[in-house]
Design a protein around this ligand. Sequence first.
Ligand code: SF4
Length: 703
Amino acid sequence: MAEAREVRTTCPYCGVGCGVLAEIAADGTTTVRGDPEHPANFGRLCSKGSALGETLGLEGRLLQPEVLGKPASWDEALDLVASKFSQAIAEHGPDAVAFYVSGQLLTEDYYVANKLMKGFVGSGNIDTNSRLCMASSVAGHRRAFGEDIVPGVYEDFECADLIVLTGSNTAWCHPVLYQRMLAARRERGTKIVVIDPRRTATADECDLHLALDPGTDVLMFNGLLAYLVQAEKIDTGFIRDHTSGFDAAAGLAGADAPTIARVAKGCGLAAADVRAFYDLFAGTERTVTVYSQGVNQSAHGTDKVNAIINCHLATGRIGKPGMGPFSVTGQPNAMGGREVGGLANQLAAHMDFADEANIDRVSRFWNAPNIARRGGLKAVDMFQAVADGRIKALWVMGTNPAVSMPDASRVRAALAKCEFVVVSDVTRTDTTRYADVLLPAAAWGEKDGTVTNSERRLSRQRPFLPPPGVARADWRIVCEVAARMGFGDAFTYQTPAEIFREHAALSAFENAGGRLFDIGGMADLSDEDYSAFAPRHWPVLERGEQQTRLFGDGRFPTPDGRARFVPVRQEATAFSVDVDYPLALNTGRLRDQWHTMTRTGNVPRLMAHAPEPAVELHPADAAAHRLKDGDLAHLSTRFGSVRARVRVTEAQRRGQAFMPMHWSGQFAARAAAGLLSSPVTDPHSGQPELKHVPARIVRENTG
Ligand code: SF4
């Protein structure tokens, strides 16, 4: 019998990036507990993380490649993928193919997929489901700081006197961070303000809840900036010495939101509550503003991000203990994807396509003369191109766009119509049914590589189980396709450590320009160092030496070294409610589910929290529609219709509805919230407006 052992790894669910100790007993059973030494969680785990050991079964697992639904060998499947992609490129050019990848991929997987598409296929058409998660924060950071950088670290939550949570149900979506915030509240009296249209579990435990009207965040923070100016609570020295553009941003904020009364009216709030928040912010030096999908998933998400950052720049509250704007990511490796350039508008190592010198530098580093010279299609546009027939061959890696993309019925139609679809994944999903070729990928517990969490901390995911059947690591699958397409010399990696070293070396190589993203200090990690890798923040400039909190010196990675205020104004949501669609529908996550439930849906105790999808309504709206708690109803938007049970709750404001985003055809027929969502996107980030779509509800006629 094998000996019991313990493996140190990282939770695969959310951007908190908790350390996990997997304990494998002599009989092979695995239990997990929080890693007390991991600085993201210090031993804590949430309900999802603590159930990881129950997700390791083979139910639904892909164990063997399939071609047109029939079992195939790896050689047959990979030969077909390579020949179909090569044929599409030869006949229609490199932009006729695309990869749609995932924040579930490890950084090494992401790196090789990006290198293949941008470096060797010669197209920018690789985008990721992280586009749906944090692209507006990326765009907002670049506008304000010159680079996509989260300035703060989790310790800031513990030394803040005020935490503003806006568009973030932290209690359910980033539970371990929320536990750290509540500990600060208990131990040092940290105040918590929640800005969210819903009374979420997070709002249940706060000092002040501002249930603003959906989509009015810019007005709220423009009003705050105007108030700070009027109350002379700005840091004029910081503004003068370390920023640019203050007058334009403050001027527009003042015109947009001149008085508290105007803000309160525009946001649907009591003026006293708005004033209470503004006074708290104005009077509390150590303030962190945390934002997440409620801000990002909007047709004006980037402006919302910059409205928040403007307030922190105006008060000089950035880069110092307990201060700063703080975007938290949904995906476990959304940040890792950003680091390697896994977004269509990025090139590699935090570079974009705007600078020809970047492109030439990466081309030389990869020895890739055919490198893409412009960005590719972002997620929503990519699936439109599939629908239009412009993309002939699509490879979906580790994600389920048939459920998670907005206007999902259009995405399903596009997948059905596409000439050639490859899906590499761990389990069967709603998307795998559209695949011409299915490739079985290794899962958490089998994968080996790195991830980066929301505070820029790299950690290892380590394997402790063999992949079942003939499943393989994603990076290896990509390399084998690359070799068959004739690019084998650039994809000779035998281990993830080799890929990581190249990724780190590229970041140092490009850093001739002095950019902040740099992990060159890890370019010569030995295999043993990589194996023993302890969590650390980037940048890593000298061997192993990390920088934690950034911008404390008031220097920013813009050409003039100054942070930029961005003038923004409140804009309407993409669609307004009307007589046909009178409810504002919001979508979001539940405490115990992850994404489209491909893992958490198999754990009975997690399913027990919310066994079926429900649309939440205010009692007055329920009564107006002759609905009562538990009724079945049809919820429709201009984009689709689903059937769900009604849950009547005072947590919803009148005129608004909420539906969880997790369910799919696999778990509840016709209940995917993606079928309802609008594909309208933010013009800067390409992130869709998943938090607001007009809807109507009709009671099901049960006879
Ligand atoms: Fe995993 Fe996130 Fe829960 Fe931590 S908070 S255990 S990373 S799901």
